[in-house]
Design a binder for this molecule. Sequence first.
Ligand SMILES: Cc1ncc(COP(=O)(O)O)c(C=O)c1O
Length: 446
Amino acid sequence: MSAHYQLTGTTAVEISASIESGIRTGALSPGAALPPVRALAAELGVSPATVARAYQELRQRGLLATAGRHGTRVRPRPPVAARRSALRPPPLPGARDLSRGEPDPRLLPPLGPHLAALATENAPSVGYSDAGVLPELAEVARARLRADGVPAGELTLTGGALDGIERLLGAHLRPGDAVAVEDPGWANLLDLVAALGLRPIGVPVDDEGPLVAGVAAALAAGARALIVTSRAQNPTGAAVSAARAEALRALLAGRRDLLLIEDDHAAELARVPLHPLAGATASWAFLRSVSKPFGPDLRLAVLVGDETTVARVSGRTRVGAGWVSTVLQRLVLALWRDPAVTELVQRAAQSYEQRREGLLAALAEHGLTAHGRSGINVWLPVADETSTVTALRDAGWAVAPGALYRIAAPPALRITVSSLDTADLAPLAAALAQAENPPPSQGFPT
Ligand SMILES: Cc1ncc(COP(=O)(O)O)c(C=O)c1O
């Protein structure tokens, strides 16, 4: 915790408000440790039960996490608007930032020409009563999904994959319910699960996707939903293989008590085939975002699923946000239909693959085995995240500590390869090897 931030309050409500305010202003940064319950109780002159209630309320709202001997900490992305600068400390000046998990902006299709074309198209404006999914967009989206073996019947749109996951979980689960998530898995999803008051159950992942035994254990532990990343799993790059999909489908076959959510966020960028699980369970949804291939600012994902699940999501959207902007839908449709954009996305996919495989090969030359079957990230197991991240920072590279993505998985680093050039690969691999295996200390013998 910041040495300068003084927690205050004599009731649970006041103490939790003081912590929340610290998070909002940035005085308590993501990952900051809070004092042990008894220590804070003694400092504030209240009973430990009062402090414990304050911590519990903030845990249920996803602001705090308690992790065994690591004590209680501020979550990496607490659901309270903080200044952005407080969420992610900037890398040292001059350092190369490989910690962000973003596509390379140079490889995203330029939107200008299509925005200009839309401006001259003069399409009829859409009002409240007629708004929804544009039929022509739905048609193209279904065709694209069916070409990949996804049974795309009922369809709706959401403001991105994570918005879709939030709506799906909200429509099927209640606070306190358990959700099976990949471990390691996407940090934003772990934060969302916490913010919804749900309990994550970690399912171990290998290069071929979630382990069957891990999913079985999560089901036995009462998971009400299972979230699987089809390809370019974040952070490991795993992609569900044909054999793993078959085994998972057999395990899940006919289950009526589980919501299966598949996140195909890499979509056209994934250079491995899709092996969907869609339809294995009675309640299922398959999400395909446009963020990675076409740009994260587009905020649109296609959601298909069983009739009830899709109706719940689209019905709930109708009474709230209403619909995904028709202007945005027209833009996405124009991008999908443009062969030059398709070619650009393919080139981007190829380029990410070269960088990823180049880094894996360069690491192998140093005897380091890393993971990254698809997508824009490489996952490198390390002995100690903190010391490796610090040593790399000193060498001029910012990478993400695996702790952001892990529940019980062993330590590792996530390295985003999207902005790397070929010339970077050898020096980066050398710096990683050096950080992981520092030369023996030159100090006095002990
Ligand atoms: C696993 C995963 N799903 C989805 C997304 C994209 O989500 P959205 O469509 O909300 O931009 C990302 C982006 O990093 C991701 O890593």
